[in-house]
Design a protein. Structure first.
Length: 288
């Protein structure tokens, strides 16, 4: 009977250890896949992310929003001319150079408005170049290797059936939690790209106000917001890199039960920091 009891105990231990290692292996494979997916998504320009949606946004911007922006520009330049005339001693001191200045500002405003889409895309081309350069460095340092689980497996073999059963249930729970975390990360990354498309579609309207001193803050704030969202991808990539590094430190040893719950804490922390990247990027660029 002792032999049979020992055999059943060993069989249960092997079964539980295999189950725990399977759950943890899936978890770290998910981390590796997540790193690669986020690096790809944030490193893609709006035109390459979804050409069909990009084409639709460009058509809306050029055929629907641009005529409205033209009306806004007409009002802005008329208001600009009135300001110039009034500033010179309320029409009593008028120089002809004022009109040349107004013509030049109008020319610049029309040039900016007619090239709005190219300006917006140039901002994202610069940001994506920076993100891709950073992504190449980060991705090579953050891949979580399955070999790091070997030391953890050795510790699990030394444990009794009771703690192993509890640890298996916890590892199964964290597997579900990580799936939920992946969904949240998906929403953040894809939501950023949708926000980019929304900003791009209305770009001509704020750009039409750029040359005016009083109303120009609208266009300036738009460009700041555009830069903030463009470089938000770099902050997201840094968050994922930090997360992967923390996961690597968990995988190489320590108390298995504490390690499992630390993974949950790091995963929640990842979501929180990724949610904050948008606010942080706007704060850095002074957008509001």
């Amino acid at each position: 009977m002792d032999f049979l009891s020992e055999w059943i105990n060993d069989w249960l231990k092997d079964l539980l250890v295999d189950g725990i290692m399977g759950n943890l292996s899936d978890l770290f494979e998910s981390v590796n896949g997540q790193i690669g997916e986020i690096a790809t998504q944030v490193g893609t320009t709006p035109g390459n992310w979804n050409p069909g949606v990009f084409s639709l946004i460009r058509q809306l911007s050029e055929t629907v929003v641009l005529p409205i922006a033209g009306l806004v520009l007409t009002f802005v330049m008329c208001y600009e001319l009135i300001q110039m005339l009034i500033d010179r001693n309320n029409l009593h001191d008028i120089d002809t150079w004022i009109f040349f200045k107004w013509i030049f500002k109008t020319f610049v405003a029309v040039l900016l408005l007619s090239n709005t889409f190219n300006i917006v895309m140039a901002v994202f081309e610069v940001s994506q170049s920076v993100i891709n350069s950073a992504g190449g460095l980060i991705a090579g340092e953050t891949a979580v290797s399955p070999g790091m689980l070997e030391s953890l497996e050795a510790e699990l073999i030394e444990m009794e059936v009771g703690p192993l059963l509890g640890l298996w249930m916890q590892s199964f729970l964290i597997k579900i939690v990580v799936v939920a975390i992946n969904i949240v990360v998906f929403v953040i990354v894809y939501g950023r790209m949708i926000e980019i498309y929304l900003l791009t579609s209305l770009a001509p309207v704020p750009m039409a106000t750029m040359v005016n001193r009083e109303i120009g803050s609208m266009g300036q704030n738009y460009l700041k917001t555009l830069c903030a969202i463009a470089f938000q991808g770099l902050l997201i990539l840094v968050c994922v890199a930090i997360y992967a590094k923390l996961m690597q430190s968990i995988a190489i040893g320590g108390d298995p039960i504490a390690a499992i719950w630390t993974v949950i804490g790091y995963s929640v922390l990842l979501c929180f920091t990724m949610f904050k990247t948008g606010t942080l990027a706007k704060s850095i660029f002074g957008a509001h």
